[in-house]
Design a protein around this ligand. Structure first.
Ligand code: MN
Length: 285
């Protein structure tokens, strides 16, 4: 099932070229007004997968405004340096094995067709195309074998990153720095998340082309590892790291990330609010 949020938080399912409005079904199941995020947090996706689409209102997918499938997760847990080829291109001595995971602010999420707002005119900000894992069931100290049982589904994510000197979590948490979507593809449709082709284009030029098979920490290992540190709750998001091919963004750029079986996410880039790095607020003196 490919679930979407559209037209101001309406709950939908993609069926071919149409979006089916699931609002009536959710209400009949005792969840009137439920958003996709409500369903995930309530661990209700298995119920929703059994809902019949017969007789429900439908709209052509091009006639609705798709939104981020989740907009305020409890947390976004992200893997730094989870592909060797990306480690090599950045000439970093360390990987996820040494760095562990970090947190990205949930307030940085935007949806398909939205714009990334570049903070600085004179400091590089890069695109990082990544597979996102959406947690569907509370996970604490889970084993590798049980890890995927805690996944609700998958979606596309861009981990936008400014290459300045501040802490990683800040450089990746500016508002608009986590484009997400368009669909939440339920876990039953992705038999092996560690075998998906991931590609990312900027202005139609291919920058990233890799397989999630090349991740240093696989999806189950990332879940097991993260859950050994903190409790993963339904609705939390894991960003699994980016392959080689990151590069600088400029105002007017169009970014597209496509992941096999998961979807295709497109966003724009704006430099309208960018300032010189030296003009950022600082402590006096
Ligand atoms: Mn990243």
């Amino acid at each position: 099932m490919k679930l979407v949020s559209f037209d101001g938080g309406r709950l939908g399912s993609v069926d071919g070229d149409e979006v089916v409005d699931l609002g009536q079904r959710a209400a009949a199941a005792g969840h009137p007004g439920a958003t996709l995020e409500d369903l995930v947090r309530g661990e209700l996706l298995d119920d929703a997968r059994r809902w019949s689409l017969a007789g429900l209102p439908r709209r052509p997918i091009g006639a609705v405004r798709l939104e981020a499938p989740l907009c305020r997760p409890g947390k976004i847990v992200a893997a730094p340096v989870n592909y060797r080829a990306h480690q090599d291109e950045m000439e970093w001595p360390t990987s996820v094995e040494d760095l562990g995971v970090f947190l990205k602010a949930p307030s940085s999420i935007i949806g398909p067709g939205d714009e990334i707002s570049l903070p600085y005119l004179d400091v590089r900000t890069d695109q990082e195309g990544e597979l996102a894992v959406v947690i569907g069931r509370r996970a604490r100290d889970v084993t590798l074998q049980a890890a995927l049982d805690h996944v609700a589904g998958y979606t596309c994510l861009l981990d936008i990153t400014t290459r300045s000197t501040e802490d990683r979590s800040m450089r990746k948490s500016f508002d608009t720095f986590t484009p997400l979507g368009p669909c939440l593809v339920t876990a039953d449709e992705v038999a092996d998340p560690d075998r998906l082709r991931l590609r990312c284009w900027v202005n139609g030029r291919l920058r990233q082309d890799a397989s999630t098979a090349q991740m240093i920490f696989s999806v189950p290992l990332l879940i097991a590892y993260a859950s050994s540190v903190l409790t993963l709750q339904a609705g939390d998001i894991l960003a699994t790291g980016t392959p080689a091919g990151v590069g600088p963004l400029s105002g007017g750029d169009e970014i597209c990330v496509e992941i096999e079986r998961v979807g295709r996410l497109e966003v724009g880039v704006s430099a309208e609010r960018a300032t010189a790095y030296a003009e950022r607020p600082r402590v006096a003196g």
